[in-house]
Design a protein around this ligand. Sequence first.
Ligand SMILES: [Zn+2]
Length: 301
Amino acid sequence: MIGSDGVFLVPGMSEDERVRVFRRAFSMQGSEVMEVDAYALITDRYLVVCDTFLCPEDMDVAMHAVEDELRGRRLLVVNSHADWDHAWGNSYFTGEHAAPIIAHTHGFTRLSSNEARVELKQFQEESSTFRTVVLTPATMTFEHTFTIHGGDLTIELLPAPGHHSDHIAAWLPEIRLLLAFDAVENPIPCLNEAAGVQPMFTTLESFLALHPQRVLCSHGKTTGIEMVEKNLVYLREVEKRCRTFLKTHSPTEADLEDAAAQINYPFDEVIAGSDELADRQFYSDAHNTNVRCVLQWLLSI
Ligand SMILES: [Zn+2]
């Protein structure tokens, strides 16, 4: 197996010993370092792994760190969604480590798709990190909600579409902890298609209605509910400027490529007053994609 020293435990993120946060740092040739978090939830009955990082070797490291807690508990795995940085370690949980993998039905479809196979091939050509990845779709799927009754902790898996249609969140009511995964992101959420815009607004509003005490997201190291509010304020601002722009313009395909400039909402203005940003190019591109998605959504309604 290839060594995976990119995975480490992050203390202090959850304030509850039963919620362990793991982080994976990764850099594709020449690009900035990205970080993604995954979780191990230690309940009376189950040890629930939420997300499986980039490759099976990542999960090997994480599972060694919780092997004592696994004694006397059944292992369950949850995928927040089928993106490469969240579900490509799934194949660790086959064979001698076999465990049920739970995800939204759309996530099963995404990981079984030809697009996923093409994407994996591209990643494998660019980095040896992905050499042993075998796309492994969930073994248990749901569409509405799925509740894991762990005894001391309940884990409610809730659809949270927007970033992707298969995206889910995990709500732990006893400790009012929300695992938002990629539905909330620091500094901005990431849309991928116009069809995700309305669901993203609904998802963020539903998060606020839960009144969580703590919100963890997969990228960006934040723990407060303020990040949900900030993401919502940002998307509303994008929508407002898009609506103003569309009153006097009919954007062409070329205009949509440069959407943030078209609506006069430069990335520097978006992040003004924010902390130092690690992955500037990534989020600057994501902002442009967000604006394009919102423009396309408004043009379609
Ligand atoms: Zn992600």
